[in-house]
Structure formats: structure tokens, C-alpha cells
Design a binder for this molecule. Structure first.
Ligand SMILES: Cc1ncc(COP(=O)(O)O)c(C=O)c1O
Length: 502
């Protein structure tokens, strides 16, 4: 049970307390005053990190202010990083991470230099080993691309699942044939306005997460043996899909901040029979790179001229640390050459498996491939997510996601700066929750992966993010599965393991 804080009797400026009871007070001023009072209590140590605040109802009754004033105040404090809302539990005081100030950060990695040749992929074995390690609950999880499940609004989603199940009786247990729930597709089309896209529900096909969408798009536009262009490094499940479909991967130099290098891509398109590009313009995994809008426009134009489809993986875009989210490359697509794939896995959680594709000119083919692959998405989760979007609150939830991811990344950067030896390089992502770390010469990332497992830490070795074993001096680190203090301690251990191998 947390302390009860009589706001009006704590702190030094009694006028604030008096204002709280003024019936005619401006609502906005009132919640700001409540919030400001909490900040001063936290700063003085009266409220301790980890302490639970009184419930909204209790606080409102105690202070004779409205419930909405307290809700506003708690939310503002949550947005500012002072409080943390824990599902089914309440609001807790959280530790604000110390500023990066004073910690010298290692430089960023340079533009990647892959061989720029089409080749068959073989990442299956190592990536399965990494996947098994990342599922071990006893490990400190720096390896997978999954955040702390408590960040997701699971309680609200589950409540909506129960409600829709109760209300739609047997209709919830029939096939929701491809392209899937019209209500959900309309809600997703509405959200894609923020990505700069003018799409309607009929432009979308629902999929089982983003990965199914990527697979369907590859199958829609490629035959075995065809060449697909990718960033270097790239998302390993895209490489696995390419491997399983018998396609060839051609990795192109990629800038750690700005994404694929367009001049290099153009040169490849001139010389190779490229069948598709599969790229992540808005926060790639693992680099976290974000293409400037002008590059996206040029990319779309370059591919349209050569009639090469762009499969755009947009899954991380909503986690942008800055609002609004960046525009999708699809926003610059006038002729349907961009196939946009995404899901709610990184924001609402991966368990509901709600994903979608806007396949452009391959709309009917993707709908058909979805039908013959898995017929439909599960009906009730689609309806529950549609209801969640309809009631609002997604944007508020996103603010929390963005803040927590940004804090995690900042903490990770600081720890790499403090504990990793000279010769280390690290990215500066502005979205997502991954760091791509280049280790000093002589350190092999698979060997480090094994050593880290002995220390109960799972990391993702760089090799799985390339079609060739070229990223052997890189690791990807997840900064959002554990709280900042756990991440910092784990990175201290990892830094020592790196140091021992230099
Ligand atoms: C870039 C990228 N695309 C797709 C996925 C898979 O998404 P989903 O779980 O929605 O299938 C991930 C998951 O980590 C990812 O990082």
C-alpha cells in the first residue's frame, strides 16, 4: 500500500493547496498544479522511487478535486517520465534516468560495405540458436527485439476481447476471410494518414503480424532464384524468409542514420536483374536508421522508373521518439509500386498477431495468397484491436511507448559509453529500442554471444543480420526488455567480456 499524500499540507507554497479547492479554478491550471506538487515531492525524496501513489479516486476525494483533474495530472507526470502506470496496479514513482551529459559516447559505425552481389542465404542455424537463447526466462534479454510486456496495454485489450466475444456470439467464431475485418481495415487506414498515406479499407489486407505480410509480398512478386535488395545489415527474419523461398539476397551499403545509400542502390539496379527491394525506411532493425523524406521520395521514384516493387517494412515507425511519426515511403507512391507491411506487434504487443499489407498493384494477388496460406486472421483479436483503436487512447499509449523506448536507448548508450573499451562504435537511433554496436578489432560476436550466455545474458550476434558472415564484429542490444538499472548492470558485465577479448 502506498503512502497517502495530502497535497495541500505538503510542500512550501500553501497557495497551491488553496487553489486546489477553488471551485471556479481553471481545470488545466489545477492539474498542472497537482502535477507540479508531485514533482517537488519526488525531488525532495518525500515520495520514493518505486512507491505507489494513491488511486485516482482516493486522491480526488481526499483533495476535493475532480477525478479528471487527478487523471490529467498523473498522465502528465507519466508523459514526463516521473510516474509509471503499471497495469492492474496503479501509478508508481519511477527513476528518471540520469542525463547523458558528461559521458563520452563512442563514435557511430561507418556506412556498411557489403559485397553488393546476389547470393543465397544461410542464416537458419545460427538464428535458431539465438532464438532459443532469447526465450530462456532466466536470461537477461538483450538479444530479442521485444520490449517489456508490461509496456503493452494488455489489460485493456483483453477487456475488449471479452466485450467483443460477449457481443458478437457465434460471429466471433467464423472465418473472417481475407482481406479481413472491414472495421479493423478502416481503423488502420485512418491511422495511416499520419504516415502520409491516403488509403481506404479496400487497399488493405490483414495478415498474421508483419512477417506474414513480408512473406506474402515476396511470394507475390518473386520466383525462386530471383534477387531481392536489402539494407546491410537487415532484419534476420526477412533473410530467413528469403532463404526459405529460394531467393537471392543482395545487400546494399547502408548509412547508420540515413538508411540505404541511394547511389549504391542505383548502381546495383543498373547492373542486376533486381525483382524487389525489401527495406525499412522508418527505423530499420538492427540499425535504427531513418531515411530522410527526400531520400524516400527519390527511392520510390527510382524504383518506379525501373518497375521494381518496394516491400516497405514499417513496423517500427510508430515508435519514433519524435512526434509525428516519419512519413512512410508509401506516402510518395502514386502508382502502387510500394507494398507497405506493418503490425501492432511493437506497440500494442505481438500476441494478438494483428498485421496488415497495403499491397498497391498486387492487392488481389496478396489477398489470394493470404487466403490460400492461412484463410483468415483470428476473428476476435481483430475485433478487439479495432475496438481499442475506435475508443481512442492509442496515441496516448504511443507517447508512453516512445518515452520508455527513448529512455532505454539513452540508458544503453550511456552504459556502452561507460563500460565498453576504446574501439567500440554505436548507433544513435531515434526510434525503436535497439542499439547496433561495433566491437573493437579482434572481438568476434559469436564468441561473445557464447561467453555472454555463460553470464546469463543473451545478445544477438551480428552474423544473423547479413546473408554473408560479414557482421562478425557487431552485436544488437535490446534496451527495452528490462528496466534501465538491469540493462546498465548487464552492459557493465558485457563491457568487461568485450574488454577481456580485445
Ligand atoms: C523489422 C521487423 N519486421 C517484422 C517483424 C515481425 O513482426 P510481427 O511480429 O508483427 O510479425 C519484426 C519483429 O521484430 C521486425 O523487427
Amino acid at each position: 500500500m502506498g503512502v497517502i499524500v495530502p497535497i495541500r499540507t505538503l510542500g512550501s507554497e500553501d497557495t497551491v493547496g488553496m487553489d486546489l479547492n477553488r471551485g471556479d479554478s481553471n481545470e488545466q491550471l489545477l492539474y498542472e498544479q497537482v502535477a507540479a506538487r508531485f514533482v517537488s515531492l519526488i525531488e525532495k525524496g518525500t515520495l520514493q522511487v518505486g512507491e505507489r501513489l494513491p488511486s485516482v479516486r482516493r486522491m480526488a476525494a481526499q483533495e476535493k478535486v475532480s477525478i479528471s483533474t487527478v487523471v490529467h495530472a498523473y498522465r502528465a507526470l507519466e508523459d514526463d517520465g516521473w510516474l509509471e502506470a503499471r497495469p492492474q496496479s496503479g501509478y508508481y514513482v519511477r527513476r528518471k534516468p540520469a542525463a547523458l551529459k558528461g559521458v563520452p559516447l563512442p563514435p557511430e559505425p561507418e556506412v556498411s560495405r557489403p559485397r553488393c552481389e546476389a547470393e543465397l542465404v544461410s542464416v537458419a542455424e545460427l538464428s535458431m540458436r539465438v532464438a532459443h537463447a532469447t526465450r530462456d526466462p532466466n536470461m537477461i534479454q538483450l538479444g530479442m527485439a521485444v520490449c517489456d510486456p508490461n509496456i503493452h496495454p494488455t489489460r485493456q485489450l483483453n477487456r475488449m476481447l471479452l466485450e467483443v466475444a460477449r457481443n458478437c456470439s457465434s460471429a466471433g467464431n467464423t472465418y473472417d476471410f481475407s482481406p479481413g475485418s472491414p472495421v479493423l481495415r478502416a481503423a488502420i487506414a485512418g491511422r495511416l494518414v499520419q504516415a502520409g498515406c491516403s488509403l481506404g479499407p479496400d487497399d488493405l489486407v490483414l495478415t498474421l503480424g508483419c512477417l506474414e505480410g513480408l512473406n506474402l509480398c515476396l511470394r507475390a512478386v518473386c520466383e525462386p532464384g530471383d534477387t531481392v535488395v536489402l539494407e546491410s545489415p537487415t532484419y534476420f527474419s526477412a533473410l530467413q524468409a528469403i532463404e526459405m523461398l529460394g531467393l537471392r539476397a543482395l545487400e546494399v551499403p547502408t548509412h547508420p542514420r540515413d538508411g540505404i545509400v541511394l547511389e549504391a542502390l542505383e548502381e546495383v539496379l543498373e547492373r542486376e536483374p533486381v525483382k524487389a527491394c525489401l527495406l525499412m525506411p522508418c527505423f530499420s532493425n538492427p540499425l535504427g536508421s531513418r531515411m530522410p523524406d527526400e531520400n524516400k521520395r527519390r527511392l520510390v521514384e527510382m524504383l518506379r522508373e525501373r518497375q521494381v516493387p518496394l516491400i516497405e517494412d514499417d513496423i517500427w515507425a510508430d515508435t519514433s521518439f519524435e512526434e509525428p511519426r516519419p512519413r512512410a515511403a508509401k506516402a510518395f507512391d502514386e502508382d502502387g509500386w510500394v507494398m507497405l507491411c506493418s503490425s501492432f506487434s511493437k506497440t500494442l504487443g505481438p500476441g494478438y498477431r494483428v498485421g496488415w499489407v497495403a499491397p498497391g498493384r498486387w492487392r488481389r494477388k496478396v489477398e489470394y495468397l493470404k487466403l490460400v496460406t492461412s484463410i483468415a486472421n483470428p476473428t476476435l483479436p481483430s475485433l478487439a484491436v479495432a475496438e481499442f483503436l475506435r475508443r481512442g487512447g492509442y496515441d496516448h499509449h504511443l507517447r508512453r511507448v516512445r518515452r520508455l523506448f527513448a529512455e532505454g536507448v539513452e540508458c544503453g548508450l550511456r552504459a556502452v559509453g561507460c563500460y565498453f573499451p576504446d574501439g567500440t562504435r554505436v548507433t544513435r537511433p531515434r526510434g525503436g529500442h535497439m542499439l547496433w554496436v561495433e566491437l573493437p578489432p579482434g572481438v568476434d560476436s559469436v564468441e561473445l554471444f557464447e561467453a555472454a550466455l555463460h553470464a546469463n545474458i543473451s545478445i544477438a550476434p551480428g552474423q544473423i543480420f547479413s546473408s554473408r558472415p560479414s557482421s562478425h564484429r557487431f552485436v544488437r542490444l535490446n534496451c527495452a526488455y528490462h528496466p534501465p538499472d538491469v540493462i546498465e548492470t548487464a552492459l557493465q558485465t558485457l563491457g568487461r567480456l568485450v574488454e577481456e577479448r580485445v
